[in-house]
Ligand binder design. Structure first.
Ligand code: DOR
Ligand code: ZN
Length: 346
């Protein structure tokens, strides 16, 4: 039986929501991760340091007794973001980073940015403060094919943005294409990318296997196999530009299994195990600690966890659902065999 002992992983991209959903999902992330970067796309979005501090307190209240887990907060950028407020929130230790959602690109992005160049004063202030910008990198126009949105964003928005702000640090969140992987690596230490488990495990065919499969629907959408393979190569390369960010995004079952289903894959209950499956298949378990526990903290400038955890290759069955009051959320691998299991903390 293979096993692997590593520093406790960090999830650099999670959605916890709020209220009863938050209470149900936080324990799943807290069980496996030392810290997580928490996305701000609530309704209304987290746009001020006071809102983020209050949200952080609600997350902390949902962490099970005795579990050592630190949520790290982000600010939702809007056309009205004030650079001075944002940087004050960063200096006060509330905001680690700010998230750029192009308006209407994804879940709860209605307040997102309509004119990205209009935020140049914000990006300039972030660059000076060393505060990373996190991008949802999709160009959303009705004449851009959904499968091309990421590559088009890189050319039309991200490349010019990096030229205008040569010291701004950027995380390309949840990359899904070979273009995304290539772009992150070509910018040295100031650009990095998170990669989700589902984009490593699947290609777009899984969305239509025997019928439409809403639980695999997320944004950016799964791409063709050649892109999946490029992402697997990137994640397992050990390069510091890539790190773990699950984009775990819980939606209630009836809102996914719906004529207009929500985007998002809830991976938290099986997240580390899902990545381990990929790294084991690629014979790259020796690169897993860099991807899961070291590269992300190094980019953000915080120390990796001092706690070590052991995973072993041992089969178990993922839960079919996680309950939230009278509702359910269907996780990744629902009811399926999982090959790896958390063994023990040392
Ligand atoms: O699939 C997604 N779900 N992509 C996102 O960008 C947002 C997320 C959510 O919040 O549900
Ligand atoms: Zn996300």
């Amino acid at each position: 039986m293979r096993s692997l002992t590593i520093r406790k992983p960090v999830d650099l991209h999670v959605h916890f929501r709020d209220g009863a959903v938050l209470d149900a999902v936080v324990p799943h992330t807290a069980r496996q991760f030392a810290r997580a970067i928490v996305m701000p796309n609530l309704v209304p979005p987290v746009t001020t340091a006071a809102m983020a501090a209050a949200y952080r307190a609600r997350i902390e209240a949902a962490i099970p007794e005795g579990v050592d887990f630190t949520p790290i907060m982000t600010c939702y950028l809007t056309d009205a973001t004030d650079p001075a407020d944002l940087i004050a929130g960063h200096r006060d230790g509330i905001f680690a980073a700010a998230k750029l959602y192009p308006a209407h690109a994804t879940t709860n992005s209605a307040h997102g940015v309509t004119s990205i160049a209009g935020l140049d004063p914000v990006f300039a202030a972030m660059a000076e403060a060393g505060m990373p910008l996190l991008t949802h990198g999709e160009l959303v126009h009705h004449d851009v094919d959904i499968f091309d949105r990421e590559a088009r964003f890189i050319d039309a928005v991200l490349a010019p943005l990096l030229e205008r702000h040569p010291t701004l640090k950027v995380v390309m969140e949840h990359i899904t294409t070979s273009e995304g992987a290539q772009f992150a690596r070509s910018h040295g230490s100031r650009v990095a990318a998170t990669i989700t488990p589902q984009h490593l495990l699947y290609d777009r065919n899984v969305l239509f296997e025997g019928g439409i499969r809403p639980h695999y629907y997320c944004l950016p959408i799964l791409k063709r196999r050649s892109h999946q393979l490029a992402l697997r190569e990137a994640a397992t390369s050990g390069a510091p530009n890539y790190f773990l960010g699950t984009d775990t995004a819980p939606h209630l079952r009836h809102l996914k299994e719906n004529a207009c289903g929500c985007a998002g894959v809830f991976s938290a209950p099986v997240a580390v195990e899902a990545y381990l499956k990929v790294f084991a298949e690629e014979n790259a378990l020796d690169k897993f600690e860099a991807f899961a526990s070291l590269n992300g903290p190094a980019f953000y400038g915080f120390a990796p966890s001092q706690t070590r955890v052991t995973y072993e290759e041992r089969a178990w069955t993922a839960p079919a659902s996680v309950s939230v009051e009278e509702h359910q959320i269907v996780p990744l691998f629902a009811g399926e065999r999982v090959d790896w299991a958390l063994s023990r903390g040392l």
